[in-house]
Design a protein around this ligand. Structure first.
Ligand code: AN0
Ligand code: CP
Length: 314
């Protein structure tokens, strides 16, 4: 694999899921693969899971790891071309990406959506600039529109916990007071649409995801109706795509409760984390009917499968 920026970089999703499960069984089997190879992890935004799981995965493969919080530990980077750099950004991404690439065999980048300018976010400016100028493979650690490392871990988790060959999966919008990116929901929809699982999306009016990601997925605007018979309830808040970056409602009736879970087929609650308890989902559901910790643990194996595939092609 050359890059891991989106699902489109993956030749065979099922094989990558199986590779993740294989790495989980035997984490140090490929320690020689990454020997004397270096990965740079660049964070434009905070992270707990992505940062630690990717570092751990790289180390399991024998790699050296360098981590930088861009703009905090380093100079702030200018992304636009043809600008007079007389503001607060001291360095252009052209030089920065090329220099970082010269120290690394793989560069991994987290850069969230700004949620101000839909066109700019959906053009994926930051990750595309790194692809253009770093000169080495790029891994997406959540970009403006996608979070593929998360989605791979999600599919690994579903593979582990599913009780039937074709489980019903419901992606449900959850309430929140702050605008959040669509990336996790976009990617989840994109990846689940690669499987033959039954898949339904539910959200209030005005929260339709970009058709680029939702495709022809059935959307049901009544959450209770959508949840009926679900094997997995994948919760996430996202801000509006159509009224870009806006919070259109905070309707608390969309929070996942025990009563909501009772509508499912003894379903399991999933969330990428971090999650705000009793705002998006109740304590009761998180503590008794969820696999969120197992899901987060699988981020290590998701990252390891991805890094192995890239290292194998170097
Ligand atoms: C981020 C998001 O919604 O994209 C990261 C999730 C992995 N979440 C928050 O900012 C709370
Ligand atoms: N799920 C996830 O990406 O978590 P972090 O933002 O903590 O990395």
């Amino acid at each position: 694999m050359k890059n891991f920026i989106s699902l489109h970089d993956v030749e065979n999703v099922q094989e990558l899921v199986q590779e993740g499960l294989k790495q989980k069984q035997n984490p140090f089997a490929d320690q020689k693969l990454g020997k004397n190879k270096t990965i740079g992890l660049l964070f434009f935004n905070p992270s707990l899971r992505t940062r630690l799981s990717t570092q751990k995965a790289a180390q399991n493969l024998g790699m050296n790891v360098m981590i930088m919080n861009v703009g905090q530990d380093s100079w702030q980077l200018e992304m636009d071309d043809d600008v007079i750099m007389n503001g607060d950004k001291a360095e252009h991404v052209k030089e920065a990406a090329a220099v970082i690439g010269s120290y690394c065999d793989i560069v991994a980048v987290r850069a969230f959506a700004g949620l101000q300018d839909r066109d700019a976010d959906y053009r994926e400016i930051v990750i595309e600039k790194f692809r253009q100028y770093a000169g080495v493979p790029i891994v997406n650690l959540e970009s403006a529109t996608r979070h593929p490392c998360q989605s791979l871990a999600d599919l690994i988790t579903i593979e582990e916990f599913k009780k039937t060959a074709r489980p019903k999966i419901v992606l449900t919008w959850l309430p929140h007071f702050k605008p959040l990116p669509q990336a996790v929901a976009n990617s989840f929809a994109e990846w689940v649409n690669m499987t033959d699982y039954e898949f339904v999306i539910t959200h209030p009016e005005g929260y339709d995801l970009s058709s680029q990601f939702a495709g022809n997925t059935k959307v049901i605007y009544n959450q209770d109706e959508a949840l009926k018979g679900a094997d997995f309830v994948y919760g996430k808040n996202w801000s509006s795509y159509t009224q870009y970056g806006q919070v259109l409602t905070q309707d608390p009736s969309w929070m996942i409760t025990k009563q909501k879970m009772d509508l499912t087929n003894n379903g399991l609650f999933m969330h990428c984390l971090p999650v705000r308890r009793n705002l998006k989902v109740t304590d009761e559901v998180l503590d008794n009917q969820s696999v969120v910790v197992q899901q987060a643990a699988n981020r290590e194996w998701s990252a390891q499968a991805v890094l192995k595939a890239i290292l194998s092609g170097l």
